[in-house]
Design a protein around this ligand. Structure first.
Ligand code: WTA
Length: 646
């Protein structure tokens, strides 16, 4: 009914309609897109198998909706503004017309290198426009992209390539991040030693690094592009089924092996477009003005980058800013400098960045006007009240609504969030469900907690268009992880409170994953990486509250034989984790122990380790059922004297 919700009353009407007649509601939203063939059925679903299908029988290509559809009205509008890591390097801007041409051309490069519909293509790149081009080019030809964050190590990369059985990797010689120069191609080379499925590697020249090119396997991006004359550059968009896979994105879970979350085409498209325009109140066609400049600071390697840097903004015909660097380079004023430089109107970032910039001090904010800003956003972890207030006061100058957006890799798009300037905000609350979203809170027995002023496990009782469809090649795992804990519900893994007004506040994870600087990391995955150190027998990792990162990593390790050189030992463990998982998973504290608190059946009692890591030594609960209760005393003692702080 409303293309964009304009008032709280409209939100209420829209929400009611989305619950009472969800199919009619979403069908109406879907009408706005370009379809090669309309759908036969809006929704089929059950949460038991689970099996969810949206817009069955519909045929389309998402890139026609991101690009071709806009050419008649906004060919010369900037689609992507690219801000380099080095503030003195030239900015790049691509109009919709230029982006369309580049995507078509690169799609042809992929075809020339053997790519076909349904292939899995791994993308391991720095934050440059070619990353977005690569993603869209895959979608153009119906290949399934699997983007791997450039900070992951060769082992994490090869595991993901293996799992998805990719035949092509798109990468760059290297990437610039702050003062660092990351050697991406070298990591790919190491990863590919164990990935025989990969037949081609397309390499972008970004850093002019001398890399080894393997004859027959490796080709340069620019050379392949140059082979295509401009009359051959157009690429017809492949006809995709509504439920054909669009991408796989790996996310951490309770086991050591990341899950390949699968999103499909039509539902994902409809939902990210709808949420982008409503949450951020994006105005793509203001009367007599320029389109808003929107900046999401997330890396395309994460879901936020997929949905709200690339697909959502482009579907909505927005101008989206992509930043190659980090918030603290060349100094902690970089975000604010970029906002002024590009006159950013909407700014979407993570609490961990806000906290670290707050810690850096207001002198880094002071030189900038920040008067172009209209709306601020937060994503990835709970934003504490103090950080919320700092952001509101010093960045938003008390005039920009903050949208605290709760969602997940598996949900594809924003689920619980204010609509900027339309619905009420409340510091540290994600507030209200978006239209189409039916959250429930369950107690530990799976009973729905009705009414307000309740706290429980956050679940969803009805599908939305961008819900996870499966975990790649392992549907049981999807069922087990999300649809089995509470029968008939999608379980998020988050704890949540609904206050007296019915507003939602996420209280954090209730499973064995931790959010470190907004990155979801499985404790088992980190343990696997730590255990690669030859002197270690076993380890146990838990999270502990951390002022800047939200959560820090605390590792308890058992050594094979005593190591007196603790400083070196610590460095070696760090290097091991960096090598086998990536620097984002390095522990903040390491404690050497002689044993771990285990139940008689051998399960590690993480509850106890968490309490110790939090410094709450007097509330460990009942330890009498442990195999060896004495180990707890030793760990408590060690926690006061021993942990090596990284
Ligand atoms: C957490 C990121 C509180 C939550 C989009 C969720 C949040 C996990 C928020 C998913 C928020 C995300 N407030 N917690 N606004 N946003 N989370 O898959 O624990 O990287 O389950 O997706 O991040 O992380 P993921």
């Amino acid at each position: 009914m409303f293309s964009r919700i304009n008032s709280f009353e409209e939100y209420q009407i829209e929400y009611k309609k989305s619950i009472e007649t969800p199919e009619a509601f979403w069908a109406e939203k879907a009408e706005a897109f370009t379809w090669k063939k309309k759908w036969d059925k809006v929704l089929e679903w059950n949460f038991d198998e689970p099996n969810v299908k949206w817009f069955s029988g519909g045929k389309l290509n998402i890139t026609e909706n991101c690009l071709d559809r806009h050419l008649a009205t906004r060919a010369n509008q900037t689609a992507i503004i690219w801000e380099p890591n080095n503030p003195n390097e030239a900015v790049r801007k691509l109009t919709y017309k230029e982006l369309h041409a580049e995507v078509c051309k690169f799609a042809n490069v992929l075809k020339n290198n053997g790519a076909t519909k349904g292939d899995r293509i791994c993308i391991y790149m720095p934050m440059v426009p070619e990353l977005a081009i690569a993603v869209l080019a895959c979608a153009r030809i119906g290949a399934i992209h699997s983007v791997v964050f450039g900070g992951f190590s060769f082992k994490s990369l090869s595991d993901r390539i293996h799992d998805a059985d990719c035949n092509i990797v798109i990468t760059a010689d290297g990437g610039f991040r702050g003062a660092k120069d990351i050697q991406l191609k070298a990591v790919v080379d190491e990863a590919l030693q164990t990935c025989p499925s990969v037949k081609k590697v397309v390499v972008l020249n970004r850093t002019n690094t001398n890399v080894q090119m393997i004859n027959g396997r490796d080709v340069w991006w620019h050379e392949e592009m140059a082979k295509l004359s401009s009359d051959k550059a157009f690429c017809e968009a492949e006809e995709m089924d509504a439920e054909d896979m669009l991408f796989i994105l790996y996310t951490s879970g309770s086991t050591g092996k990341p899950k390949g979350v699968v999103h499909t085409t039509a539902g994902y498209m409809v939902y990210v477009d709808y949420t982008f325009r409503n949450v951020f109140q994006y105005d793509s066609s203001p009367l007599g003005g320029e389109a808003d400049v929107y900046w999401c600071t997330a890396d395309v390697g994460w879901i936020t980058g997929h949905s709200y840097l690339v697909y959502g903004p482009l579907l909505a015909g927005a101008t989206t800013l992509m930043f190659e660097g980090i918030p603290t380079y060349p100094d902690a004023g970089r975000f604010w400098q970029v906002i002024d430089k590009h006159q950013v109107n909407i700014f979407y970032t993570a609490p961990t960045a806000i906290r670290s910039l707050e810690a850096a001090g207001l002198e880094f904010v002071a030189p900038y006007k920040l008067d172009s800003l209209k709306i601020l956003g937060s994503v990835g972890e709970p934003i504490n009240e103090e950080a919320w207030m700092w952001y509101h006061k010093n960045i938003g100058k008390e005039k920009c609504p903050i949208v605290d957006t709760w969602w997940q890799t598996e949900t594809g798009g924003i689920m619980i969030s204010p609509l900027a300037g339309i619905t009420k905000t409340k510091p540290s609350y994600a507030t209200l469900p978006l239209p189409g979203i039916q959250p429930v809170l369950l107690d530990e027995n799976g009973k729905e907690l009705l009414g307000n002023n309740v706290e429980g496990r956050l679940c969803m009782k009805f599908p939305w268009p961008s819900i996870i469809r499966t975990t790649y090649k392992n549907h049981d795992r999807c069922k087990e992880a999300y649809f089995s804990t509470f029968k008939g519900y999608y379980f998020t893994g988050d704890g949540c409170k609904r206050d007296e007004e019915g507003y939602y506040k996420i209280t954090g994870r209730v499973d064995d994953v931790i959010k470190v600087s907004g990155h979801l990391l499985g404790t088992a995955e980190i343990e696997n990486a730590i255990n690669q150190h030859p002197d270690l027998v076993e380890s146990a990792v838990v999270g502990f509250p951390h002022d800047i990162k939200g959560w820090g990593i605390y590792a308890y390790v058992i050594c094979r034989h005593e190591r007196k050189d603790t400083e070196n030992f610590k460095k070696e463990i760090m290097a091991t984790v960096t090598k086998f998982m990536g620097a984002i998973a390095k522990p903040d504290k390491i404690q050497i122990v002689s044993g771990l608190p285990k139940t008689r059946s051998g399960k590690i009692m993480r509850r106890i380790l968490r309490k110790v890591a939090e410094g709450d030594l007097n509330n460990l609960g009942d330890t009498s059922t442990l195999l060896d209760p004495a180990v707890v005393e030793e760990i408590k003692k060690g926690a006061l004297t021993d942990p090596i702080v990284a």
